[in-house]
Each structure stands twice: as C-alpha cells, then as structure tokens.
Design a binder for this molecule. Structure first.
Ligand SMILES: O=C(O)[C@H](O)[C@@H](O)[C@H](O)[C@H](O)COP(=O)(O)O
Length: 234
C-alpha cells in the first residue's frame, strides 16, 4: 500500500525555498521554546542551496540548534563534493554560524571504520530529531539509499537499530555514509524537497507499484511511521 504523502506545489524555486525555510524555522523555534534546543538534518546535492540561504537568514536562536546531514559523500570537508562544505557556505552564515554543525566524516578512516566514532558522537543527539529534509535523485535514491547499494537492505530496514550505514553503489560516486531509515523517521517534521518535471515523473513512478530496491525512495513513501511532506516546484 502506498502511503498518502501531502504534496505542496510552489510556483518557482525561490518561493519554495522561502516557504520551506519558514516551515523549518517555525519547527526549530517551537522545539527551542519547548525543550531549549532543536535539531536539523539536511540533504546535500544541488537542490537545497537556495533553501539553505533562506533558512540561514531566519531569526531564531541558532546557538540552540544542532545541524547535521542526512547523508554524506565520504570526502574531506574541503572537497567540492562535500555536503558539509555546501552547508558551511550556504547555511552556516551570519547568525546561523552560531549553530552547532556535526560533520559525517572522520579523517583518515573509511566509512565503515568511522561509523563507531560517529555513532558515539551522535549518542547525545536529542530524540526525536526536530526536522529531517530529504532530497531525491532521478534514479529514485534518497539519503544514500541507492539502487544496487551494497548495504541498502540494512539501511532501509525499519527494524535496524543502528543509526548509520555505509554505502557503496555505482550511482553514488564515492563511498557514502547515511543515517538509516528508522533513524531518519524518528523526527517531528519529515520533508522531501524536489524540483523539476523530471523528478516529478520519478516521484510518480515511485508512488506506483514496484520493487523498493529499484527505487529506494519507496521505502520512505510506503512507511506509515512518520507523515511525509513533499515540497515541489517546476
Ligand atoms: O549527498 C547527496 O547527494 C544527497 O544528500 C542526496 O540524497 C541528494 O539529496 C539527492 O541526490 C538529490 O540531489 P540533487 O539535489 O543534486 O538532485
């Protein structure tokens, strides 16, 4: 059974970025008012840049915000492929530089060898996560849940009690690290941010029948643990 996700369509990228930033900022403010802190996991890739720039200008107590990534390419933060670099340059600017950013990378180690240290580092992260923002590739991957990924089965297993998985896949480029699906679903606000007609078609295909391994975003669309809010514009 395909889960009903709520999908909001925006006129263009700028209006979407502003609206998503306002929704995320609102959720972070609410969590800070209630718990004194908030947490945010964002995706990398090319889509979120404008959203990051809008969110970074939001008025909130950034010193109380913990930020990390849904997934990361296993490259140093100086690499142009690094999602941490994208976040540093576009989100952690101005007041938002006061947020605590926790990278998903351990220098000098492989992803598999770094997972233990990362798990310890994230041990204190408050649960549930306040906001999780996913992206989607035209191959139907989300986070680093890639078709053909060597650890895909474990990464999307709702019974997995690990929070991280390494991932290698033909479509992934370099080795990856990703939060597992059950860890990502432990959130108060789950969003999928996609843009363009091509991704709309991929989303429609993913919402149809078919093997989750062919389009791993189906694992998010088909779960009924956490409501999914889709943000789309042409
Ligand atoms: O590191 C990454 O690449 C991601 O976090 C990934 O899951 C991304 O969200 C999609 O690949 C969409 O990427 P684009 O926005 O570049 O299409």
């Amino acid at each position: 059974m395909t889960q009903k996700a709520s999908k909001t369509e925006f006129a263009n990228k700028d209006i979407l970025a502003a609206a998503l930033a306002e929704d995320v900022a609102g959720a972070l403010r609410t969590a800070i008012a209630r718990n004194g802190k908030a947490s945010l996991l964002v995706s990398g890739g090319s889509t979120p840049k404008l959203f990051f720039q809008h969110l970074g200008r939001a008025e909130l107590d950034w010193s109380k915000v913990f930020i990390s990534l849904v997934d990361e390419r296993w490259v140093p933060p100086t690499s142009d492929r690094s999602n941490a670099k994208l976040v540093a340059e576009n989100l952690l600017q101005g007041d938002a530089a006061n947020a605590h950013f926790e990278p998903l990378f351990v220098e000098g180690k492989s992803a598999d060898d770094g997972i233990g240290e990362l798990t310890t580092r994230f041990d204190g992260m408050a649960q549930p996560i306040t906001v999780v923002i996913l992206g989607m590739g035209t191959d139907g991957h989300t986070a680093s849940f890639f078709p053909g990924g060597d650890n895909l089965e474990a990464a999307i297993d709702l019974a997995n009690d690990q929070i991280f998985s390494s991932m290698r896949a033909a479509g992934a480029g370099e080795e990856r690290i990703t939060f597992t699906l059950p860890a990502l679903l432990n959130t108060e606000l789950l969003a999928l941010h996609i843009e363009g007609e091509a991704k709309q078609e991929v989303l429609e295909a993913a919402q149809g029948e078919g093997d989750v391994n062919d389009m791993p975003v189906r694992a998010v669309l088909r779960q009924d643990r956490t409501p999914l809010n889709i943000y789309w514009c042409p």
